[in-house]
Structure formats: structure tokens, C-alpha cells
Design a protein around this ligand. Structure first.
Ligand code: UD1
Length: 418
């Protein structure tokens, strides 16, 4: 079993360019199905979820090549309309292929994406959007969709990121005008819009609650660079806040991190943000302060994906912090692992009460999910002694070479066989 050894308690000091965003590259890879020629994507992170997405594209008949952080996809020979259960289960976001596949092939046959560590993750809004665009959706042992999307007025009951992206992709490949109301506003949706428009699509409104897609435009191939990963950035900032020292991150837009930076500022860190970098300093002689309630919310609120890493930093703050997770049912599975490191945290449903302790200590800990894994790494950087972090299959879905990133920040981290 692979594990990462982390010797904590050392001052963080370093600079890093944050890798491309998982949550941007995955829908953009699915969008490649709609392109009329080869697509070159740069700044693509090496993640197991990206490998899974490439396998789905190949299975559907696309030619795919990967060279370093550049991915080349030629979808012109794509002909398949079915994704196997194994591939659907290989990655939670496999459902994002539904919209573009249906739009391109006139039919799509999928199964439900695998069960999720964060609690139930329904896809009813994705399917309702597709029905609104005039397509048939049948659900039995799998999901079977038929028809050419003809546009429509989609009102999302929740600003779901995945449903917004699926609706955009389906609408771009169809005809007519589609309006998505109560759309998610996450920055990765802007990245998707920019990519689609680079290929000749007519999408506007991303970043606001209303997105309009004018279908019927033939897309070309093109070149696009994936935005930096704001959640990886939040995790590394959390590691610095936990351990103390200084970190400067390039490759992310600090505005995408505004709510996270505000929490660190309130906790007593110095935060400097410029267009080209974000820097955080934490004096090692002073403990962090607890902060008033952290409540996760759709963008531009506090990101649910940053909840666990920021909690890890606040586990040693002076005083109590209340965390309210409003997005997912089961997003405190990192808490029991933090407790093994000496944290004093109690949870009740969607609320967690973090009573700051003086110091965490190293322990054997297991990543319960992707961001929970990032949180444990951040905690281990601040803890006294050695932590042995397992469950790397979760971490490798979304952090490219986590141990190398920690090393670049002056941390002592190494991947070994245990
Ligand atoms: C995306 C992100 C994930 C992040 C989440 C919330 C990707 C690949 N993943 O996930 O990292 O944690 O946004 O910011 O971009 N819901 C329904 N019905 C649906 C769809 C969603 O009820 O059909 C609910 C979910 O259960 C959840 C809420 O809507 O409570 C938000 O989920 P959603 O925004 O869809 O998350 P994902 O797109 O799956």
C-alpha cells in the first residue's frame, strides 16, 4: 500500500505554481466531443480522474494523446453512444459526458455514476434539463436518452455545478436558444464557456445566474489553457496556516479564493493578493484565532471543497469555530482522522464545532475522500512528529503529486510503500 510520510512542525517557506483545475478540465474534456476538429488543451493536471475521462473519450472513438500537461483530442471519428458501468463508476463526474454525447450522437446510454463518499449525489436536475431541451430520458437499469436537443427554458431548483455544465454542453450541441436560470456561478463554468466560445459556440452569462446558449453553430477545433485549481490553492494555504511561515502561489486568480482568504485574514494570517500571485504569512509564535461561523455555499460563497482543509488549519486556533456544511450530507469524514491527531471537534448532522487545541501530533491517518485527504495533509504539515497518510487513491484524483507540492513548500514529505 502506498502512503505519504509527512514530518510536520516545520516552517513552510516556498513558492509554487498551482496546477490546472480538476473541476475545469473534466467538463472541458467532455466538451471535446462537440468539437469539429482536433483540440489541444494545455495546463492539464496529471490526475486519475483525468485518466478516467481520457479512457471514456477513447472508448467513444476519439483519438487522444497526452504529452506532459498537454492533451490532444481529435473527436472527428467518435461513433459510440454508450459508456460502460465500469467507466461510469471510475469517476463521479462521468455523468458530465451525458449532455455532449446525446447532443452529438442523438442518443446516450449510461449507468448511474458510482456511489459517493459525500453522501447521495442525485442527477435528477441533469435529467430534467435534458428533458426540457426536448429529449427523451428513460431510466431503468441505466439511463437511456434519445433525441436532438432543441433548446428550452431550464430552471434549476439548486444551482448545481454539474447540471449547469451538462445543460450548457447539451444546448451547445443542439439547436435553438436555451436559457439556464439559477445556474451555478463557479469560475470553472466561466472556463467552460470560454472554451466553448473558442470553438465557435455562442454562450454567454457564465458567472451570473442566467446562462444563455444559442445552439446550431458548427464548432471547430481549437486550443485552450485550463485555469488554475483554486481548491488545490486553498489546501496549500491551509497547510501554511496550520504550520506557519510563508507561501506564495502563482497560477490562480485570488478573486476565486476571496472567501477562503477572508477566513485566513480573520484568523490572523497576513494575506497579500495580486493579479499574478497570492501570498499568505502566518507568524509561528502566534496561534491562529478562531473565526465566526464558516458556512459552505454555492459560489461566490465559501466552497464546500475547502471546508475540510480550512478546518484542519483551525483545529489549532485559539477558541471555537462553528462550521456548517450546507452542500453535502456526509462531508465530515475527515473529522475522526483529525481526532487521531489530537483535534477536538464534534459534529452533529451538518454542523461541526472545532475547539482549537494547542498542537496536533503525527498519527497514522487515512484519507476518507479527496478533499478530506488534502485536509489531513495540511494538518500533518502543522502537527508535531510524523504522520503516515494512506488512502492515496482519493488524493490522486485531484492533487497532482501532493508530496512534491509539500516538498516545494519546504515540507518533509515522501511517498513510500508501507
Ligand atoms: C461539483 C464539483 C465538486 C463540488 C460541488 C459543489 C466538479 C467535477 N465537482 O460537484 O467538487 O464539491 O460541485 O461545489 O465540478 N444536486 C441535486 N440534484 C442534481 C445535482 C445536484 O440534488 O441533479 C445537489 C447535490 O446533491 C448537492 C448540490 O446539488 O447537494 C450541489 O451539487 P453540484 O453542484 O451538482 O455538485 P457537483 O456538480 O456534483
Amino acid at each position: 500500500m502506498s502512503v505519504v510520510y509527512i514530518r510536520g512542525g516545520r516552517r513552510i517557506d516556498g513558492e509554487l505554481t498551482v496546477h490546472g483545475a480538476k473541476n475545469s478540465v473534466l467538463p472541458i474534456l467532455a466538451a471535446c466531443l462537440l468539437a469539429g476538429g482536433p483540440v489541444t488543451l494545455t495546463n492539464c493536471p496529471h490526475l486519475t480522474d483525468v485518466t478516467a475521462a481520457l479512457a471514456i473519450l477513447r472508448h467513444l472513438g476519439c483519438q487522444v494523446e497526452q504529452n506532459g500537461r498537454t492533451i490532444w483530442v481529435d473527436p472527428t471519428g467518435a461513433s459510440g453512444s454508450a459508456i460502460s458501468e465500469e467507466q461510469m463508476r471510475s469517476m463521479r463526474s462521468s455523468i458530465i459526458f451525458l449532455g455532449p454525447l446525446l447532443a452529438r450522437m442523438g442518443e446516450a446510454h449510461l449507468t448511474y455514476p458510482g456511489g459517493c463518499e459525500l453522501g447521495p449525489r442525485p442527477i435528477d436536475l441533469h435529467l430534467a434539463a435534458i428533458r426540457t431541451m426536448g429529449c427523451e430520458v428513460a431510466e431503468d437499469y441505466g439511463i437511456h436518452c434519445k433525441g436532438k436537443p432543441v433548446g428550452g427554458d431550464i430552471q434549476l431548483a439548486i444551482p448545481s455545478v454539474g447540471a449547469t455544465e451538462n445543460a450548457m454542453l447539451c444546448a451547445v450541441g443542439g439547436t435553438g436558444i436555451t436559457t439556464i436560470t439559477n445556474a451555478a456561478r463557479e469560475p470553472e463554468i466561466n472556463d467552460l464557456q470560454n472554451f466553448l466560445n473558442t470553438l465557435g459556440a455562442k454562450v454567454r452569462g457564465a458567472g451570473s445566474s442566467t446562462i444563455t446558449v444559442e445552439g446550431g453553430h458548427r464548432l471547430t477545433g481549437g486550443k485552450f489553457s485550463i485555469m488554475g485549481d483554486r481548491i488545490v490553492a486553498a489546501t496549500l494555504l491551509s497547510a501554511c496556516a496550520a504550520a506557519g511561515g510563508r507561501i506564495r502561489l502563482q497560477g490562480v486568480d485570488w478573486r476565486h479564493l476571496a472567501t477562503v482568504l477572508s477566513v485566513f485574514h480573520q484568523a490572523g494570517c497576513q494575506v497579500m493578493s495580486q493579479m499574478e500571485y497570492v501570498e499568505l504569512r502566518r507568524d509561528r509564535d502566534r496561534r491562529l484565532n478562531s473565526v465566526p461561523t464558516i458556512r459552505t455555499a454555492p459560489y461566490p460563497g465559501f466552497p464546500t471543497d475547502a471546508q475540510a482543509p480550512v478546518m484542519a488549519a483551525l483545529a489549532t486556533a485559539q477558541g471555537c469555530t462553528m462550521v456548517v456544511e450546507t452542500m453535502f450530507d456526509s462531508r465530515y469524514r475527515h473529522v475522526s482522522e483529525l481526532q487521531r491527531m489530537g483535534a477536538d471537534i464534534t459534529t452533529e448532522g451538518r454542523v461541526a464545532l472545532v475547539r482549537g487545541v494547542d498542537q496536533l501530533h503525527g498519527a497514522r491517518i487515512e484519507a476518507p475522500d479527496l478533499r478530506g485527504g488534502g485536509a489531513l495533509a495540511a494538518a500533518a504539515m502543522g502537527a508535531e512528529g510524523i504522520s503516515v497518510l494512506s488512502g492515496l487513491h482519493h488524493i490522486d484524483r485531484g492533487y497532482e503529486g501532493l508530496e512534491h507540492m509539500l516538498q516545494a513548500l519546504g515540507g518533509c514529505a515522501e511517498r513510500r510503500e508501507d
